[in-house]
Design a protein. Structure first.
Length: 572
């Protein structure tokens, strides 16, 4: 173990040496109350950043025990993560302004959390220390070591950063407590859903719209949410007392209303209600059943052996729909697939928006039934299946549908939005459904079979074409909506509930681990459960041996969605 002065001296000595000599700093370096560990040293200035972690003694941080009790520890680590990563960004900006001008000055990088509170590998609170993981691009002049800059970064900036962001004196107690409270309250709200026969809850006063399509912060001057009286429920929270808002009942709920009146915004807020939001987000008290999956049409996706026969009968050319596979699904077959796969992954709530649904999957009206007889239409529309999904399988659906009244008859609850304000129009909608000329119900009495699928992963070996074994997997994560493994892109744009890129990285690691441990030799449902169990028992670090600081906890539903979109997936 080297003391900080030794590291500084070593880096000064290395100044001007070949970049490879940085290898000597690998290992542990002690500062007062801090330990810096360099886990991996990059081979050259252009390689992926070196990986390091900083361990701050719990005694030095001196965080009150009440901030760390039970599940609070996750929210506390999340809070500290935000503190440190904000400092990292500020430091980077300051260094850019100071600018030495020559050479590669080195850079710190760290996972920046999204609007939701989740377990991550970037900051972890252990028994005796708080661990912060980050990447360091070690500074260079050309291909030579910039030792003085490295010493300033590792021996001055990083310890200072830790002191400024992790010690109790540096934290605003009010803000910490607000963060922990928001987390615990959201969990409490979600826990009460089942007791009240609800699948979702939107508190009065919640701010649902976002600043823009690419910014996840709340819109200024938005109209706060206000529940219709009949749907109002009161739930209890440990920190905010009783909270009143709109309960979304189990069963089938329809959201209707004119274009641009806030329907999709409400549905989207509920779809991220599977997560707990940070204070100030506006959706802190919007919660949804944890298993809810937003499903949509996804033309062009690949499908591997999914039983979509509940929705789609024999296709042209006698293509089977009991084990439906394709490299290029249509709008309707992709949406049917997405629903069946969500059920396979344990979804008890489906969220569907007409904006992203296939029309011929959603509806088949009276006139169309008269013109095209059922024996010429393989699709049984969702409107004829949505109730069976609830009665046969206990799966609720929340549906945005402003363009057709065909769902009035099957909906338990109908909510109309007007100028972002919801009203309960269930009675009127039901009255209309009773008097209207009914369409034929199609597709039989039952939803149909849900089959357990077994799928096999390809061997992840870096995409070697020479047939030799032993290559290591190549993973590239571009953003929340694109992942590449072994040069195979996986399009995740339709996996809308991924909250941050760390989840995609963690899912990629889970895929590689699954393949290595042979978890894909069992039914997919059991495989997903096994991954959950392993992460719950051993933490996210179980997914990778590399002390990675860039992984975020994901839901099994989203892992399943990524697995199902691998074009190299094989059906047993
Ligand atoms: P719809 O799905 O009914 O067509 P959207 O949900 O897409 O409507 O919303 C239309 C626009 O209104 C969006 O730009 C959205 O950000 C904005 N919006 C939604 N809800 C509110 C609100 N409560 N206050 C202010 N603007 C809102
Ligand atoms: Mg819309």
């Amino acid at each position: 173990m080297a003391a900080s002065q030794l590291l500084r001296d070593l880096l000064h000595q290395l100044d001007g040496s070949s970049y490879k000599a940085y290898r000597q700093i690998k290992g542990e370096h002690c500062f007062a109350g801090l330990t810096l560990r360099i886990h991996h040293v990059q081979a050259d200035p252009f390689a992926l950043p070196s990986r390091a972690s900083l361990w701050v003694d719990r005694g030095m941080a001196n965080l009150p025990e009440t901030w760390l009790r039970g599940q609070r520890r996750i929210a506390m680590a999340d809070f500290l993560n935000r503190q440190v990563s904000r400092r990292v960004i500020e430091l980077q900006q300051r260094r850019r302004v100071d600018g030495s001008g020559s050479g590669k000055r080195g850079a710190l990088s760290m996972l920046c959390p999204s609007q939701v509170i989740l377990p991550r590998t970037s900051v972890q609170i252990h028994e005796h220390a708080i661990e912060v993981r980050f990447g360091v691009g070690l500074p260079a002049f050309g291909r030579r070591i910039a030792g003085r800059a490295a010493a300033a970064l590792l021996c001055d900036d990083i310890p200072q950063l830790a002191a400024e962001s992790l010690r109790v004196e540096a934290l605003s107690a009010d803000r910490v407590e607000g963060h922990l409270a928001a987390y615990e309250d959201a969990i409490a709200l979600r826990q009460q859903l089942a007791d009240h026969n609800l699948v979702g809850f939107v508190a009065n006063g919640a701010i649902l719209p976002r600043r823009s399509g690419v910014e996840d912060t709340p819109l200024d001057n938005a109209v706060p949410f206000q529940s219709p009286k009949r749907l109002e429920v009161q739930l209890e929270t440990p920190h905010q007392g009783s909270v009143t808002g709109m309960g979304i009942p189990v069963g089938i709920t329809l959201i209707v209303g004119g274009g641009y009146h806030g329907k999709s915004t409400l549905l989207r807020a509920l779809s991220v209600g599977v997560y707990n939001h940070i204070p100030g987000d506006g959706r802190e008290q919007v919660v949804c059943d944890l298993t809810a999956v937003k499903v949509r049409a996804e033309e062009g996706r690949s499908v591997c052996g999914v039983n979509i026969s509940p929705f789609i009968g024999a296709l042209p050319q006698d293509i089977s729909t009991e084990r439906f596979s394709t490299t290029n699904a249509s709008g309707s077959t992709s949406q049917a697939t997405n629903i069946i796969e969500a059920l396979e992954a344990g979804a008890k709530v489906l969220l569907v928006d007409e904006d992203t649904a296939a029309t011929n999957f959603m509806i088949r009206d009276r006139m169309m039934q008269a013109l095209i007889s059922k024996d010429k239409e393989p699709i049984t529309p969702f409107v004829d299946k949505v109730r069976q999904l609830y009665t046969d399988h206990g799966v609720s659906t929340l549906l945005v549908m402003g363009g057709s009244g065909d769902y009035f008859g099957v909906a338990d609850t109908v909510i109309a939005l007007e100028n972002y304000k919801p009203t309960d129009v269930t009675e009127q909608a039901h009255a209309l459904a009773r008097t209207a000329n009914p369409r034929q119900v199609e597709g039989g009495q039952e939803f149909g079979p849900l089959t357990q699928r077994q799928v096999r992963l390809p061997r992840f070996d870096g995409g070697r074409r020479d047939g030799r074994r032993g290559g290591s997997p190549k993973v590239k994560v571009y953003d929340v909506d694109c992942l590449e493994i072994d040069r195979q892109p996986i399009d995740l744009r339709a996996v809308e509930q991924l909250a941050e890129v760390g989840q995609v990285r963690a899912i990629a690691e889970a895929l590689i681990l699954s393949q290595r441990r042979g978890l894909d030799q069992q039914a997919l449902g059991d495989w997903l459960a096994e991954i959950d169990r392993q992460i719950d028992a051993n933490g996210l670090d179980d997914l990778s041996e590399l002390n990675r600081g860039d992984l975020t906890r994901f839901r099994r539903q989203d892992l399943a969605a990524v697995i199902s979109r691998l074009r190299t997936l094989k059906r047993e």
